[in-house]
Design a protein around this ligand. Sequence first.
Ligand SMILES: Cc1cc2nc3c(=O)[nH]c(=O)nc-3n(C[C@H](O)[C@H](O)[C@H](O)COP(=O)(O)OP(=O)(O)OC[C@H]3O[C@@H](n4cnc5c(N)ncnc54)[C@H](O)[C@@H]3O)c2cc1C
Length: 382
Amino acid sequence: MDFELTKEQKDIQRAAREFCEAEYDKDMVLDMEREHKFPWELLRKAAGLGFVGVAVPEEYGGQGYGLLEELLVTEEFCRQFGGIGECVVSPETLAKLLLFNGTEEQKKKCLPSIMRGEALISVAFTEPEGGSDIIFLRTAAVKEGSDYIINGNKIFNTYASIAKWDIVLCQTDPEAKPTYRGQTLLLVELDREGIEISDFEKMGWHAAPTCSLFLSNVRVPQENLIGEENRGFYHTVEFLNSFRVFMAGVGMGVAQGAFDRALEYAKTREAFGRKIGEFQAIQHRLADMHLKIEMARLLAYKAAWEIDQGRTDPKLCSMAKLYGCGIATEVADAAISIFGGHGYMLENEVERFYRDARCYPIVEGTPDLHKNLIGRALLGLK
Ligand SMILES: Cc1cc2nc3c(=O)[nH]c(=O)nc-3n(C[C@H](O)[C@H](O)[C@H](O)COP(=O)(O)OP(=O)(O)OC[C@H]3O[C@@H](n4cnc5c(N)ncnc54)[C@H](O)[C@@H]3O)c2cc1C
């Protein structure tokens, strides 16, 4: 067993860290938070240096590395920038639904501009009524000649209001039993007639718009079919394995960023004539935070490494997501405690890390859902 990253992996990690440190500007970050701005400039700069598309083949504008290398970069961006960093690294991950299942023509059309940081793609599974249960979709696509006509409503569709394309999971066979055998993924250009999009106001992650998507008689051609008709659910589930590991990387990156800030503060802040780091209560908090991050990292790296070896383990992906996303809020919360009242103020950033991280356990499967998946896998249940 070898826990050492290769020299190339260490170089990638170092390059991402140096880029993030050089680009970090607290005023810029606070402005994005207050104004709810998407970090287009940071995304384009990062893309120009190869930090977007790390695990995407070169022919589509990526670097051709694996998920582990993508995770190393994800961690550094989220560590330095919190949820703003996630905005830089997530376009690549979302685009993988197309990379894994799209036609050559679709991939050539969409992926290079996403990897250059010029366009975004979003994914729309969740619906107002179904929520976690994507098996019962109300959004339907009906064939008319060689086109699909889509009607329905998706919610919590991140980036839809600023993206160029959306990948929409639709019910194409209403008679299918079970229903998920009649679901299809369609590529939808977001400037098509019949589309309405509105942004939610949310607790955190303000740099990323999260939207409602209304589709009313939206017509898309046959060539927008992604993968096989009526296999959309299976394509989605396969994609979610790598997405879950990515989310684990986001969680531990944000946790590490909150920890770094709290550690620095504990070394400098004085109370009762001593550095607060000399109080055992603070030391224990730091020790717990560090332990959680290290455990999250081990799980996430292992899950990514397994995928890179061609041996996807869905249980391990769920475990990495469940743990890595769960500890992000716990660690950020502990960081706020170490900062005391200063932790509650925007300028010290740990409260933003907490608010950004609070959605991670919810997005892409709540803890309950992942425990269901892990438990069923342990019991050998389908
Ligand atoms: C910021 C943000 C961004 C998002 N971005 C996207 C996106 O880009 N695309 C997209 O498709 N979705 C997105 N989502 C949706 C997200 O994946 C869903 O919110 C999530 O799947 C949960 O669905 P729900 O909110 O309807 O909760 P519900 O499904 O209504 O769950 C409510 C509660 O019931 C529990 N519960 C539900 N079913 C079970 C069960 N079987 N067993 C035990 N407990 C259960 C849940 O754990 C939860 O505690 C986003 C969500 C957020 C908050």
